[in-house]
Structures are given as structure tokens and as C-alpha cells.
Design a protein around this ligand. Structure first.
Ligand SMILES: [Zn+2]
Length: 209
């Protein structure tokens, strides 16, 4: 089964992709991982990605598409795959269709108010990088890491103002994509609230049908 996972930051799409990958035996392909792997293997494409990332620029579509195409051609992707973070635009979706169109596009829907609650509660350890949440995964002592005792902090990206900006950028960018896949009859919208296990059950039920 070939699938694209869509969802705003904080919708839990990465967690669900990891779960689905393990249980369905399909590779979980995120563009971030593809970029890192390309840089590491030192290929010609990898060199280009490295230069772009070093300069802090966005990797252009044609390069991302070339990496996705190469990755989808490997033997472990023959049975299917889960793409996470790609495509993000209808242009990229058209390029993906030219390589191999997805069977399903899973859109994880979570209300903005719920995402704000999830993300503004996130705290990160300044010592070891361990992630906490003031509600769902609090440390034993407030503001201190259980593992190393260092202070916890809020990433600037996790402040409410910045989350609102990211969410509206995401909605603006992907609304046409959601429409595009919807018109093709490939879109499945899943309620992304609740535990990862609960969301997984809804997802598994939807793609079984
Ligand atoms: Zn720590």
C-alpha cells in the first residue's frame, strides 16, 4: 500500500507514520530523513543538498523529487511506502503521480486549539534534549529533567504566536493539495485527537475498507 500522510505540525502524523510503518512493514519516508541520508552517502545529489542546507536555503522541488524517486525505486519500497512531509504542494503531487501515485492520502485532522495545547506544553531539556509535556509527560520535579537534572525550556517555535503562524502557513499551503487529492477520490480524513493507539485504530479501519 502506497500512502501519503498529511497533517499540520502537532497533529501527530510522524508518530502515526512510525506506528503504521512498524505494523504494516512499510518504509516510513520523511523528507528530512531523505536529506540527511543523501548528505551522509556523499552522492552527487547529496552534495547539492548539503550545500543548500549549509546555506540555510530550502531544498528546491526538483532536487527533493529526484531524491524521492531514487528512494521509491529501492527494493524495500516495492510493497508500498508511507511518505511523511511530501508532497506539500499540488506541483509536488503531480510529480509524485508521475513516479508512483499513492493509493491513499491520509489527512490527520486536529483542531487548532488542540494543537496549541499540545505544542505550547512541550518542554525540552537544555542538557540532554529529552522532550517533556507539562500535561501528558511532566517531569518528576517541575522544570527539571528526570534524566540529567538540567533545566527545561520552551523552544521559540513552540510559543503560541509562532505556532499560530506555522499553522496558518500550513493551512494555506496544503488546502489546494487536500482539494486536489479529494477530487481524485484518494483522500481519507482521520480524526487525529486522542492517544496514538486510538488514532491508529481509526486509520487502520479506514484503509482496510
Ligand atoms: Zn536532560
Amino acid at each position: 500500500m502506497k500512502m501519503v500522510f498529511l497533517g499540520p505540525p502537532g497533529a501527530g502524523k510522524g508518530t502515526l507514520a512510525a506506528l503504521a510503518s512498524a505494523r504494516m512493514g512499510l518504509p516510513h519516508l520523511s523528507t528530512g530523513d531523505l536529506f540527511r541520508a543523501a548528505v551522509k552517502d556523499g552522492s552527487e545529489l547529496g552534495e547539492r543538498v548539503k550545500n543548500i542546507l549549509d546555506e540555510g536555503r530550502l531544498v528546491p522541488d526538483e532536487l527533493t523529487i529526484a531524491l524521492v524517486k531514487e528512494r521509491l525505486s529501492r527494493s524495500d519500497a516495492r510493497k508500498g511506502w508511507i511518505l511523511d512531509g511530501f508532497p506539500r504542494t499540488t506541483g509536488q503531487a503531480e510529480a509524485l503521480d508521475a513516479i508512483a501515485g499513492p493509493d491513499w492520502v491520509i489527512n490527520f485532522h486536529v483542531e487548532d486549539s488542540v494543537i496549541l495545547k499540545r505544542l505550547t506544553g512541550r518542554r525540552i531539556c537544555s542538557g540532554c534534549g529529552k522532550i517533556y509535556h507539562v500535561v501528558t509527560m511532566p517531569p518528576a520535579a517541575e522544570g527539571k529533567c528526570d534524566a540529567c537534572g538540567a533545566d527545561l525550556y520552551t523552544r521559540p517555535d513552540d510559543r503560541e504566536e509562532s505556532i499560530r503562524t506555522r499553522l496558518s502557513a500550513y493551512r494555506n499551503q496544503t488546502a489546494p493539495l487536500i482539494q486536489w487529492y479529494g477530487d481524485k477520490g484518494k483522500l481519507v480524513t482521520i480524526d487525529g485527537t486522542g492517544s496514538p493507539e486510538a488514532v491508529y485504530e481509526r486509520f487502520a479501519e479506514a484503509v482496510k475498507a
